[in-house]
Design a protein. Structure first.
Length: 436
């Protein structure tokens, strides 16, 4: 985790103190249920909870010192708790294995992290919707292969982004549901030394579901799906970031990141206003996507368990969620403050002499008895003259002077095919589909 790209609420979920607090809750809840079942004295859970009620400081350094000797993190924690609670602490961890604690804790952390990410997505969706409605009918050029195609509106560009991130939210909700499972099933997952009702009790207390069948670990296909979902969201972040980066290019300059008073774009060139936020988002998206691959490789563990996944998840759990949280918040800020230049959008559309209306002329010719092949040839030969003149010639003028074209279409009919508003007649329909 790089502090530069981290926000406090998400980072706090992954601090050692937060982890150890979840460990304690798992152990205490399990001990409580074991007490109800008569496996251990009820006084054991009471002693744990009474100590916990004093809001003890988690002594990370003390736990680390014990682990330096035991070479086992869960044993180190249990030892530290026993030193503070006393005799009754010996009933902790009855019939449990370390993975019961570690895997259930990871599920809690990922579920809580996801709740933050879902709030982030809601903020981003709200910002995109506001700007989409603001520019619902702002004309701009649509591009394919980076080349002028036909007119769209800037609102439609943003509506597409809204729909994409709305799908991301749906996927993330499903990923949260899938990752939020609890395993308290003991060594190799058979419940031989602990009753399944303990797992159900702990799961309920922590807002999880009981894992239907674990080995000694929660199956890692769940985690692979979770981190793959984060990777898809990162891809969507980059898609919108790259759009902004393109639009901010000097030759385009239809929109740009907000440039604050006192901000500097270059150490050498005082005139520069660079798209640093969206470039940064592209880099962060690459990192988040990179975390999906090791999660996928974690699926194939040996037999009932090995710990080849453990070191991986100590990296990707915090890093992926913290980075995505930061990236979503940053993108929300970009969208919220994005500078949009409708005049430049119109000028860019106009600079190629009306080429953006070529399809309408093509279709009109075919509807007036010209074969599609001939219609394409007629429009293209005039369009190429405009292209080669770099927009100094006008397509409509050339078409009106082309006898083969005017044999099928009058000047008035040709002119009517150069109406910009024609392209926007279904904007309301698309917005209704996206925003309801």
């Amino acid at each position: 985790m790089v502090p530069r790209y981290a926000r406090p609420a998400m980072t706090a979920l992954w601090e050692p103190e937060a982890k150890y607090r979840i460990w304690f809750e798992i152990e205490a809840h399990a001990t409580e249920k074991l007490g109800e079942l008569g496996v251990v004295p009820k006084s054991a859970a009471k002693a744990l909870w009474d100590w916990w009620a004093t809001d003890p400081k988690i002594d990370v350094e003390a736990i680390d010192a014990i682990e330096a000797v035991t070479k086992h993190d869960v044993i180190a924690f249990l030892t530290w708790v026993a030193e503070n609670v006393g005799e009754e602490a010996r009933f902790m961890h009855q019939g449990m294995t370390s993975s019961d604690v570690l895997d259930t804790t990871l599920a809690v952390q990922l579920a809580r992290a996801t709740d933050i990410l879902l709030e982030d997505l809601d903020d981003l969706l709200a910002a995109i919707k506001r700007r989409a409605e603001e520019h619902k009918y702002t004309p701009t050029i649509g591009r394919s292969h980076g080349i002028h195609a036909e007119p769209v509106t800037f609102g439609l560009k943003l509506a597409q982004a809204y729909a994409e991130f709305d799908r991301c939210k749906t996927r993330l909700l499903a990923a949260r549901d899938e990752i939020a499972t609890c395993a308290i099933s003991g060594a190799v997952g058979t419940f031989a030394n602990i009753d399944p009702s303990v797992e159900e009790y702990v799961a309920e207390k922590l807002g999880l579901k009981a894992e239907p069948v674990s080995t000694q670990v929660i199956p890692r296909d769940r985690h692979a799906m979770y981190f793959s979902t984060l990777a898809v969201i990162a891809g969507s972040i980059e898609r919108l970031a790259v759009e902004v980066r393109h639009l901010q290019r000097t030759e385009v300059l239809e929109a740009e990141e907000f440039f604050s008073k006192g901000q500097k774009g270059s150490s050498a060139m005082p005139h520069k206003r660079n798209p640093i936020l969206t470039e940064n988002l592209t880099g962060q998206a690459r990192m988040i996507r990179a975390y999906a691959l090791p999660a996928l490789e974690n699926v194939a563990l040996w037999h009932e368990r090995d710990i080849s996944h453990s070191s991986v998840e100590r990296f990707i759990g915090p890093d992926a969620t913290i980075t995505l949280d930061f990236a979503l918040a940053r993108l929300t800020g970009v969208v919220d403050k994005l500078l949009v230049y409708p005049g430049r959008m119109q000028a860019n559309m106009d600079r190629m002499g009306g080429l953006i209306h070529s399809q309408r002329v093509l279709l009109a010719l075919t509807q007036n008895g010209v074969s599609r092949e001939d219609a394409y040839r007629l429009v293209q030969r005039n369009a190429m003259k405009v292209w080669e003149s770099d927009g100094r010639l006008m397509l409509l003028d050339l078409l009106k002077a082309d006898e083969e074209v005017t044999a099928a279409l009058s000047a008035e009919e040709l002119g009517s095919r150069f109406d910009l508003d024609y392209h926007f007649k279904h904007v309301d329909t698309i917005f209704a589909r996206v925003f309801g």
